[in-house]
Design a protein. Structure first.
Length: 128
């Protein structure tokens, strides 16, 4: 697979993953107000929901099997979230990584996959 084909095929996933990486490493001043406790967990769920939807959609045209779709839409985003948590903890102070953020990433990926699969099944039931 050449690199141009890869970017053309997976551009949605690449854009979302790049956005997630960027917002995960930037310094956010402590003076930024937080609307409610654990707001960041909701943000993690939303980001990884979007990544799972993008990855499910990008892989939709390949008529993938359940195991393959679970890998691309849940496992890869979850591993990506774990890697970012490790990077935050070790290379991007004052950012920090924690297990609750990783869990929010995982649940966001699950919800995104289920949502995307439901939408794809509803609108493209003959292909999925």
């Amino acid at each position: 697979m050449n690199i141009l084909y890869f970017f053309k095929t997976y551009w949605k996933s690449i854009v979302v993953a790049s956005f997630i990486f960027y917002v995960s490493i930037i310094h956010i001043p402590s003076s930024v107000p937080v609307p409610f406790p654990h707001f960041d967990k909701l943000v993690h769920v939303i980001m990884y929901f979007a990544l799972a939807v993008a990855m499910t959609w990008d892989n939709f045209r390949f008529s993938f099997l359940l195991k393959k779709s679970l890998f691309y839409s849940i496992l890869l985003p979850s591993v990506y979230g774990g890697i970012i948590e490790i990077l935050q903890e070790n290379f991007f102070p004052p950012r920090s990584g924690n297990w609750q953020d990783f869990a929010a990433d995982f649940f966001g990926a699950i919800f995104g996959y289920l949502f995307a699969k439901m939408v794809l099944k509803r609108f493209f039931s003959s292909n999925y």
